[in-house]
Ligand binder design. Structure first.
Ligand code: SAM
Length: 319
């Protein structure tokens, strides 16, 4: 891989309090036992090693639901001391964010992404299993009240919410937030949902072109497979991530660490490289070699490009 690897996504847990139909519809069935999780200090040790080896531009904390993890603020504080310091971001379903955002900001979080798949309470509940839209919207309000403006919304587009695209764009304009529409990806455990609900990025793009004229105002993201349009004159943008049909493997800068300390160079990789053993034995030289080798041999495992088996769900590897 010629592309510089500079974006580390760290999963803090594979557990989630939501049951999104495309991710964890039946809950934490095959989940990893908590006693196998990396400790907060161990995540930091690994981040330090990655940063020294490759110079990270960005670290994203994800899961599962990262706000469920004890020690989250401590980790954010520790990561903020990295030198040079990468951007520290988090992706959350937003359910507990209004209670936790103040401490997260004080700890040094730079960016927060909140997932919202419907602006209609009953549809939201249906898609997320047991989600509470009001609670999530309160979190966004709280962020704004605290003057924290680096918030983005993630919206996975399906047959259920396709007709809400105009409403989402109005919402983004009204609340002055950037929003990314994400194409639904298929995983082994949710393939039936995918069959019934998939809307292609092409169709989403067509809709966006109708609603937001494309001329001169799109840009491609360097660190994620997203294309953006500005909303009027504001700096906020609407993005489209063709996660399934154009996952951007050729420009992928991402590395992932699962909550039990495995390194994955691709979202669709089934078997990660165990870093925890060497980390616990303090074999830093071996760890460095393992990471360098993994990066050198990085390739895509995307089932559309290879014939490999897909992952059970994004929550397992850290979405
Ligand atoms: N619990 C957090 C959340 O809800 O944002 C973080 C983990 S979640 C796996 C991260 C992101 O992955 C969310 O924005 C979610 O919508 C997205 N995601 C999960 N499964 C997906 C799928 N099958 N296709 C597209 N996006 C998916």
């Amino acid at each position: 891989m010629d592309v510089k690897q500079e974006y580390l996504r760290i999963s803090l847990t594979d557990k989630c309090n939501y049951r999104c139909k495309y991710c964890l519809p039946n809950g934490n069935i095959n989940s990893i036992e908590n006693n196998k999780f990396l400790k907060i200090e161990e995540y930091f040790e690994l981040a330090k090693i990655f940063n020294a080896l490759i110079g990270l531009k960005k670290i994203r904390l994800t899961g599962g639901e990262p706000l469920l993890r004890k020690g989250l603020n401590k980790l954010v504080q520790m990561l903020s001391t990295l030198d040079p310091k990468p951007e520290i971001s988090i992706t959350t379903n937003g359910h507990y964010l209004s209670e936790k955002i103040n401490d997260l900001i004080i700890s040094g979080i730079d960016n927060i992404n909140i997932s919202i798949d419907s602006l209609d309470s009953s549809k939201f509940k249906k898609t997320t299993g047991n989600g509470n839209l009001q609670k999530v919207l309160e979190s966004l309000k709280k962020a704004q009240k605290l003057g924290f403006s680096n918030v983005k919304i993630n919206t996975v587009v399906t047959n259920t919410n396709f007709n809400e695209i105009p409403k989402f764009i109005d919402f983004a304009k009204k609340h002055e937030v950037s929003l990314r529409f994400i194409e639904l990806m298929s995983f082994s455990s949710t393939s039936d949902y995918h069959k019934n609900e998939f809307i292609s990025a092409k169709d989403i793009e067509k809709k966006l072109t109708e609603l937001l004229p494309k001329e001169n105002n799109t840009r491609e993201s360097k660190l994620s497979p997203a294309v953006y349009r500005k909303i009027n004159k504001s700096k906020k943008e609407i993005g489209l991530i063709a996660a399934a049909s154009d996952p951007g493997c050729h420009k992928c800068t991402r590395l992932r660490i699962s909550c039990d300390g495995k390194l994955f160079v691709c979202l669709y990789q089934n078997k990660g490289i165990d870093l925890k053993h060497e980390l616990r034995n303090k074999n830093i030289g071996n760890l460095q070699e393992m990471i360098e080798r993994a990066i050198k041999n990085k390739r895509t495992y995307n089932p559309l490009k290879t014939k490999e088996e897909t992952w059970m769900s994004l929550s397992q590897i850290g979405g």
